[in-house]
Write a protein that binds this ligand. Structure first.
Ligand code: ZN
Length: 170
């Protein structure tokens, strides 16, 4: 495994459309393993392949909604598609490719995704709250969409610290 460099805002790779994965081979496994290491090192909740410069439909999302005493774990999604959304949430959203900046983004509260695992086996799962937000955010990356394009506005450090953005979210 190796750490990969996370590209940041301004790099054109973040605005490109990613191709589906067709070979579930050692090369894909290496990419996913490297992305896992990179995500954990960066302390993020999600990472998409284009963020490490690879234009393939692969994303990782950290599931933090775990039972008390449980450890968060990484969900690997290959060729993910959002199949259902429910409810809504408005809150601060950030991105490892946009370090230090957060914007107010509205997302569904619950999101169901259909994807394949690293060996090509299809599965479907749902996430709520921050996990639902991360599913949407990461799948958007595969179509070259950045959260900064969706944010109703960007937040100041003060708004983040005091939580005063909540007045706008109601
Ligand atoms: Zn991102």
């Amino acid at each position: 495994m190796a750490l990969r460099t996370i590209v940041t805002e301004g790099d054109s790779v973040l605005h490109k459309h990613c191709r589906p994965v067709t070979s579930f081979d050692g090369r894909l496994h290496e990419l996913i393993d490297d992305m896992r290491e990179t995500l954990l090192e960066a302390d993020g909740v999600g990472l998409a392949a284009p963020q490490v410069g690879v234009l393939r439909r692969v994303v990782l999302v950290l599931e933090t909604n775990v039972p008390e005493g449980g450890e968060p774990y990484i969900i690997e999604l290959v060729n993910p598609e959002i199949t259902a959304c429910e409810g809504g949430q408005t809150g601060p959203e950030g991105c490892l490719s946009v370090p230090g900046r957060f914007g107010l983004v509205t997302r569904p509260m619950t999101v169901t995704v259909r994807a394949q695992d690293r060996d090509g086996k299809a599965f479907e799962l749902s996430g709520t709250g921050i996990t639902a937000r991360a599913f949407c955010h990461e799948v958007d990356h595969l179509d070259g969409i950045m959260f900064t394009e969706l944010a109703s506005r960007m937040l100041t450090d003060e708004e983040l610290e005091t939580g005063s953005w909540q007045e706008d979210a109601e």
